[in-house]
Design a protein around this ligand. Structure first.
Ligand code: ADP
Ligand code: MG
Length: 560
């Protein structure tokens, strides 16, 4: 059978899998269960929305069949299956292409990071198997196919016999090495433990024939008890989706496993928010605040959205309507009994229930972030370093319409505290004679420290907020004020702290020098004046109008 070569990136990933020394190889099972469940979701959804298909709930299951003697592990599902083309497209290439590109070579070396954080889908089977066979029959097709690969030297696809629609995956489990034992993946108890740990909430039954021991009936009571063994099919998982469970029964680890299983992110979540609402609209939701921004976050490629379920059935992967742009970093899912399965994307946009859910979710996120800010500043700073820029854009976009939601969440570097502070922190510390919230804009904290304009305000004992991101000033411009205190740039013309007496004397004395200076740089400045703001610096630039020098620079650099 001729083999087709894997594409370069897939081959690289396979090499990583095959040689991986990753200690939690068991996650391959989580990945295969998740794929099987996705495949059943797809067929289940079709059956619900297509009258020509009739299925019973009992028809949907995953079966795990270990065979110790032949060292094979088979995982079968009654899902939607794959056509020959789909096998080619989905199994021959890395699904999350690009995910490797985000990692540098050292991270790639032992594969630890990629496997632990990304999960890597189907290919993770190669961590534990030296041959992988996929036999599949797609819904609506008369033909079945067999895909097979022993690793990096490529794969083959050939026609095969299979009665029912669905997919069988057969792993030839590796022999035990010196330090690793793969026997757990062939052992009923071992498999049960792994399934419980990672896939308990899969909503279809994961079945396995389990050996049960039972005392034999005895005639003589005195004799030693003898046992007989027989096989019994058991459902290993509890099937209750995690979002339907009681918060009190769940641990942080459960949520983290769910986050990884769902591939919400490559990191560990900073915080989870579990919502169960049983009011006029009923829904359950699990939301995550990631710890770090995904590599494409601040690019046009990034798509926000939550998974949307209707009574347990996934109807949309990324429902963008559930999140405002400024909370676009939030990951997670919403399940509501009150949403129709047949609802289209367009209808969803106008759906009143969904709008209400979205509003609730927004408020929940906001209040959770505020609580984090108050009770766990360290975590909040981590969050803000990753997503603060998004919040500032949020204030700036929509012309400040969202400022009520966002202004309390903002943080800026403070000249006196030498760390990030909130606007509320700042205002609560303001001395009585201080009218404005002062800020200074520049490229870095160091550079702002050295600005002559900063000096005068700092000398007065006033705290200054340092704006090092371009968006900062734009956001503040939209806020205009905070708790009725106006923002004032230290380089604006009227600082409200210069001494009352004017500079006429100095102006008069140096009239000719100033005139000569002005003449020499007339294309660069509007005027040259004496100033009382300077302490240790001989000269400084101020901006005349509303717009600061930094902002002018930004405006000039903006594409038009
Ligand atoms: P992901 O699940 O993130 O898409 P995977 O590597 O886990 O990535 O799987 C790749 C693709 O292969 C899936 O998207 C799906 O189209 C297909 N696939 C894998 N397993 C199955 C299965 N059991 N039944 C049907 N399709 C499958
Ligand atoms: Mg997958």
């Amino acid at each position: 059978m001729a083999k087709t070569a894997f594409k370069a990136e897939s081959k690289r990933l396979l090499e990583i899998m095959i040689n991986s020394i990753y200690s939690h190889k068991e996650v391959f099972l989580r990945e295969l269960m998740s794929n099987a469940s996705d495949a059943i979701d797809k067929i289940y959804y079709q059956a619900l929305t297509d009258d020509s298909l009739t299925f019973n709930r009992d028809d949907y299951y995953i079966k795990v069949i270990p065979d110790k003697e032949n060292r094979t592990l088979q995982i079968s599902d009654t899902g939607i299956g794959m056509t020959k083309d789909e096998m080619e497209d989905n199994l021959g290439v890395i699904a999350k292409s690009g995910s490797l590109a985000f990692k540098n070579e050292t991270e790639l070396e032992d594969g630890h990071d990629i496997i632990g954080q990304f999960g890597v889908g189907f290919y993770s089977s190669f961590m534990v198997a030296d041959q992988v066979t996929v036999i599949s029959k797609a819904l609506g097709s008369d033909e079945a196919y067999k895909w097979e690969s022993e690793g990096t030297d490529g794969y083959s696809i050939e026609p095969y016999e299979k009665e029912s629609v669905g997919t069988d995956i057969i792993l030839k489990i590796k022999d035990n090495g010196e330090e690793v034992s793969y026997d757990d993946f062939l052992d009923e108890q071992g498999l049960k433990t792994i399934i419980k740990k990672y896939s308990d909430f899969i909503r279809y039954p994961i079945r396995m024939d389990v050996t049960v021991q039972q005392p034999k009936e005895q005639e003589d009571e005195e004799e030693e008890v003898e046992y007989e063994e027989y096989q019994e099919e058991q459902t290993v998982n509890s099937m209750v989706p995690i979002w339907r469970k009681n918060k009190n029964e769940l641990t942080d680890e459960d949520y983290e496993n769910f986050y990884a299983e769902k591939r919400y992110g490559f990191d560990k979540p900073l915080k989870h928010i579990h919502i169960n609402v049983d009011g006029s609209i009923r829904y359950d939701a699990i939301l995550f605040i990631p710890e770090s921004a995904p590599p494409d976050y601040y690019t046009a490629d990034f798509e926000k959205g939550l998974e949307l379920y209707s009574n347990g059935v996934l109807i949309m992967n990324k429902s963008a309507d559930l999140l405002p742009d400024y909370f676009g970093f939030v990951k997670g899912m919403v399940d509501s009994e009150d949403l129709s399965l047949n609802i289209s994307r367009e209808m969803l946009q106008h759906d009143r229930q969904l709008k209400t859910i979205a509003k609730n979710i927004k408020n929940k996120i906001k209040s959770n972030l505020k609580t984090m800010q108050k009770n766990d500043r360290e975590a909040y700073e981590k969050f803000f370093n990753a997503f603060g820029r998004q919040l500032k854009f949020g204030v700036y976009n929509d012309f400040g319409m969202n400022k009520e939601d966002l202004q309390d969440l903002l943080m800026f570097y403070s000249s006196t505290e030498k760390k990030l502070v909130t606007l509320d922190d700042y205002v609560s510390r303001m001395p009585e004679d201080q009218t404005y919230i002062y800020y200074a804009a520049g490229e870095t904290i160091d550079k702002i420290d050295k600005l002559p304009q900063t000096e005068l305000v700092a000398d007065k004992g006033y705290e200054i907020l340092y704006f090092t991101e371009e968006v900062d000033e734009f956001a503040i411009m939209m806020l205009m004020n905070y708790q009725e205190k106006e923002f004032k740039s230290v380089s604006s013309g009227d600082l409200d702290i210069e001494d009352e007496d004017d500079n006429t004397e100095a102006e008069e004395e140096n009239k000719e020098v100033f005139a000569a200076m002005k003449e020499a740089i007339s294309d660069k400045v509007k005027d040259v004046k004496a100033s009382k703001r300077l302490k240790s610096h001989p000269v400084c630039l101020t901006s005349g109008g509303e717009v600061s020098i930094e902002m002018e620079k930004t405006l000039r650099n903006m594409p038009t």
